[in-house]
Design a protein. Structure first.
Lengths: 297, 313
């Protein structure tokens, strides 16, 4: 069922956690079975969608592509070349900060962000081991530039840290691991699922499902459920058979609004339709720079 | 209880007097003490308050949407437009993409960058260099950074001198919050009404404290760099309203820092403040809908909103 609806009232921390971790409202039968059946059919259907555009190159679709494709044309700003900035770096560093807070490795967002930035700069400075383009960018900033990045990361991380009751999780949640599904039938197609917090919930029968908190930006929009359905679709494609996706919860920190999608076969169908529309809208393969931008978004 | 402590000339950046010389204790200690005073008795607000205020605003927004048409693009409104109707006012969000900005806007952006630096790391080096470095990590401010680079030496020197005064006042006024207070800067709030067709937005310069359901636990600090004190205070009340709509409770106390002259004030947020702000916003929305005084033309442009926030995370 896709239209559980947005929660109209502002969301104090307990409410968001309740909405994420509360029992699934599922039909009497195992609706996970219908999700699994749909997921089994989807790889072929998605590969077929990518075939007509075989000459356009590969499609590595992110939530950015989906949001842009589904948005009204007048609501989309002109594409700008990607550049690392405090804005584009804050999510990755903010997630590292929240991970440190949840693990007890940092006592405050201020400290967690400082550690995350210092580690990134250190990695790039050594030039050894894994370091990213963002790390290299950070390493080249003057102290005042790093202070702005630090400030942005603190704000981003504090919002997420304060919004969730972290003690309510039975198992430690997975924080901020984006996941890619690569089509086994078409090397042209890959889909990304972005979620900030991943955990598990149960239905009244005791069956387990995955639940995902997605931090949203921009204005509220009518297409948000379709966007979240794509997350559900990718999670269904990647899920182990016994733990299908059960819930996707979207949250706007700027307004406190929530949108909850309980996953079933109709949600996956909506996700498939959104992918089809996105593929139809994508005229050309993304440049490497744009890919980096979307990875950071 | 309302605690308002206007101070004139009480900072290193203004003309010192015998009783307000720079050697006196920093005003930031007093700001912090005023914010903390009685904080153990944090007020509980009526749980229905936020819902009531929202309903009041929704009614007005609904009428506005009916007048503008269901298919009209969303209308984004911020404090500057709601109170002055002037999109050209010195709001840092106003002209992010403009080729050139007024000197007031440039100064406002630079001072806010320094404010974030003071809150986050506690010190400032060379104010202009540091503020420029801050602009350069924000692509939306690239035009402004280039504008500053193009300034004549005399203009740039004047800007640097002005910024020195603001930086000194910021260091004098801005409390050093312990990390456990969760200080966070530039916290944007956006409250959609009428299904997102009207959006009330604003940005807290600084929030401290953790939100607790049903209890006012946050403090908000606002910064004004040269505008009118009363207007800046009202804008802070407006932000308190937005926080009420976002989390269900307002900040329990707000502080306003005037970085040009070193003045500051601290006060509790009262229901009267919120109701007064809602009443004003409703009147503005009614004006836009054609039911009240003619609104400023600039309002229809929705210009005091950061365009970037419309489309991305």
């Amino acid at each position: 069922m896709i239209a559980v609806g947005s929660v109209p009232d502002p969301s104090p921390p307990r409410l968001l956690t309740q909405q994420l971790l509360g029992p699934l409202i599922s039909p009497a039968d195992d609706h996970g079975a219908s999700v699994r059946e749909a997921a089994a059919r989807l790889p072929h259907a998605l590969a077929d969608l990518a075939v007509p555009r075989v000459g356009s190159g590969s499609f590595r679709l992110t939530d950015h592509h989906v949001r842009t494709a589904l948005a009204r044309s007048d609501a989309v700003a002109a594409a700008t070349p990607f550049a690392w900035s405090a804005r584009t770096a804050r999510r990755a560093l903010g997630l590292a900060t929240v991970r440190a807070l949840v693990a007890g490795e940092a006592a405050s967002p201020l400290e967690g962000a400082r550690i995350a930035i210092a580690q990134a700069v250190h990695s790039a400075g050594l030039g050894q081991g894994p370091f990213s383009a963002m790390d290299r960018w950070l390493a080249g900033l003057p102290p005042a530039g790093l202070a702005v990045v630090h400030a942005d990361v603190v704000t981003w991380a504090t919002r997420l840290w304060c919004a969730v009751d972290w003690s309510a999780f039975v198992e430690p949640p997975l924080i901020g691991r984006d996941r890619w599904w690569d089509s086994p039938h078409s090397s042209l197609l890959a889909l990304r699922s972005r979620a900030e917090v991943r955990t598990f919930v149960s239905d009244p029968a005791g069956r387990h499902y995955s639940a995902h908190l997605v931090v949203l930006g921009g204005p509220r929009r009518s297409t948000i459920r379709a966007e979240l359905s794509v997350v559900a679709l990718v999670e269904a494609l990647l899920a182990p058979p016994l733990v299908p996706p059960g819930r996707i919860l979207g949250w706007w920190p700027e307004s406190g609004h929530l949108v909850k999608v309980e996953v079933d076969a109709s949600v996956l169908a909506a996700g498939e339709a959104a992918i089809a529309r996105t593929l139809a809208a994508v005229e050309a393969p993304a440049t490497p720079g744009q890919e980096v931008a979307r990875a950071a978004a | 209880m309302v605690l308002v402590k206007p101070r004139r000339g009480a900072s290193p950046g203004s003309c010192p007097t015998p009783e307000t010389s720079p050697s006196s204790a920093p005003a930031r200690d007093e700001v912090l003490a005023l914010l903390r005073n009685g904080s153990g008795r944090r007020p509980r607000f009526d749980p229905g308050l936020a819902g009531g205020l929202r309903a009041w605003l929704e009614d007005a927004a609904g009428e506005l949407v009916a007048a503008r048409g269901e298919d009209a693009p969303p209308l984004f409104l911020g404090p500057r437009l709601l109170w002055t109707g002037s999109a050209a006012a010195a709001d840092p969000q106003t002209t992010a993409g403009a080729d050139t900005s007024s000197i007031e806007l440039v100064l406002s952006c630079l001072v806010r960058a320094l404010f974030r630096q003071v809150v986050t790391v506690g010190h400032v080096g060379d104010p202009l260099s540091d503020a420029m470095a801050a602009l350069q990590v924000d692509p939306a401010r690239a035009g402004m950074a280039a504008q500053i680079e193009r300034m004549s030496d005399a203009t740039r020197d004047a800007l640097s001198a002005a910024l020195d005064v603001h930086a000194a006042n910021l260091l004098h006024l801005t409390p050093r919050f312990a990390p456990r207070w969760l200080p966070r800067t530039h916290d944007r709030v956006a409250i959609p009404l009428a299904g997102g067709r009207v959006v009330l937005g604003g940005v807290f310069d600084l929030l401290v404290g953790a939100p607790v359901p049903g209890m006012a636990t946050l403090c908000a600090l606002g910064l004004t760099t040269g505008g009118r004190w009363a207007q800046a205070r009202t804008a802070l009340h407006y932000l308190a309203l937005l926080e009420t709509l976002r989390s269900g409770t307002p900040p329990f106390r707000v502080a306003l820092l005037h970085s040009a002259i070193g003045r500051y004030g601290v006060e509790d947020v009262l229901e009267e403040h919120l109701r007064a702000v809602v009443s004003h916003v409703v009147a503005q929305l009614a004006g836009l809908a054609g039911d009240g005084p003619a609104p400023a033309a600039a309002l229809l442009g929705g210009g005091d909103w950061d365009d970037r926030s419309r489309i991305s995370a």
